[in-house]
Design a protein around this ligand. Structure first.
Ligand code: HEC
Length: 134
């Protein structure tokens, strides 16, 4: 009986010892994290690609796909005579049949859209391939 007890005690001691070894191993601090490769910009930037998506959902049903062709009601926007600030003002305030987006889009988003419209090439690239259909 006492032999059995001491075996149990030894087993418990062994377990405790190995447990504390595990615990110690876990306490070892991990290697310091690598420093961030890039500085995070102060404000999130709206990319031209984001603007393209916004254009597709808000504007292309009137202005045609990506502003390259005149769509339902709206003129073609690629190559507009307006400068970026005027384009911004038009989107913000609206113009005749063009609705104002002041309540729909934030100022940042409208700025990004104006930048996007001014980034569009004025002319369609070359003549369409002969096999292409209108
Ligand atoms: C309901 C249809 C409609 C929607 C939606 C619309 N537009 Fe227009 N947009 C027009 C019309 C019509 C005009 C021409 C206004 C005029 O006759 O003065 C116009 C004019 C413009 C102009 C001025 C073009 C120029 O060269 O004078 C810009 C810039 C413009 N829209 C940008 C946008 C953007 C960006 C969006 C999406 C956020 C948008 N529009 C959504 C109908 C629309």
């Amino acid at each position: 009986m006492s032999k059995r007890l001491s075996i149990t005690a030894a087993a418990i001691a062994l377990l405790a010892a190995s447990w504390s070894a595990v615990a110690t191993a876990q306490e070892t601090p991990a290697a310091p994290a690598a420093p961030a490769a890039q500085e995070t910009p102060a404000a999130p930037q709206i990319t031209l690609d984001d603007a393209r998506k916004m254009f597709a959902s808000n504007c292309s049903w009137c202005h045609g796909n990506f502003g390259k062709k005149a769509g339902k009601g709206g003129p073609k926007l690629a190559g507009t005579a307006k400068d970026e600030e005027q384009v911004y003002q038009t989107i913000l305030k609206g113009q005749n049949a063009m609705p104002s987006f002041k309540k729909t889009l934030t100022e940042d988003k409208i700025r990004a859209l104006a930048r996007y419209i001014k980034s569009l090439p004025a002319e369609e690239p070359a003549a369409p391939a002969p096999t292409e259909q209108q």
